[in-house]
Write a protein that binds this ligand. Structure first.
Ligand code: UDP
Length: 140
């Protein structure tokens, strides 16, 4: 069994609707363990840096504006094949394409306000975890 870690964000549309617990329960029920968690209000600079890979995309400005609009909960999740498992639990980017039972199908509002972020590779997971957490903040 390969236990690994991934990075997750409970996005502003979820914190605004008081769904932090509901989202976390779906992650836990899906076999992931929260080994670090904090509620933060992202700064513009933090959000722009985090999504730098998307800076040429047409939705970049809207995405950054959304991510700083309300607090978020950043988390490190641990489990078997955590990156892949989390992407399965999250569902497709656009909630209308997401499978039944996934977080985005059940809870997301739109392709932009889609409730959760999850790393898309092991490499990005390590980068994204380090962007928000010090080693000693992660307790496995
Ligand atoms: N996004 C958007 N419009 C789009 C595509 C993406 O607003 O047409 C936002 C959405 O919040 C998404 C984020 O940008 O979660 C990052 O996009 P990506 O393609 O990396 O999707 P994800 O990995 O989050 O499923």
């Amino acid at each position: 069994m390969t236990v690994s870690r991934t990075f997750s964000i409970i996005k502003p549309d979820a914190t605004r609707r008081n769904l932090t617990g509901a989202v976390t329960k779906m992650l836990e029920d899906g076999g992931l363990r929260v080994v670090a968690s904090k509620r933060i209000h992202m700064t513009q600079a933090q959000a722009e840096g985090f999504y730098a890979v998307h800076k040429e995309r047409p939705f970049f400005g809207e995405l950054v504006e959304f991510m700083v609009s309300e607090p978020v909960v950043v988390q490190v999740l641990e489990g078997e094949n955590a990156v892949l498992r989390n992407r399965e639990i999250m569902g497709a980017t656009n909630p209308s394409d997401a499978d039944a039972g996934t977080i985005r199908k059940e809870l997301a509002l739109s392709i932009g306000e889609n409730t959760v972020h999850g790393s898309d590779s092991e490499e990005n997971a390590a980068i994204e975890i380090a962007y928000f957490f010090k080693d000693e903040e992660i307790v496995g």
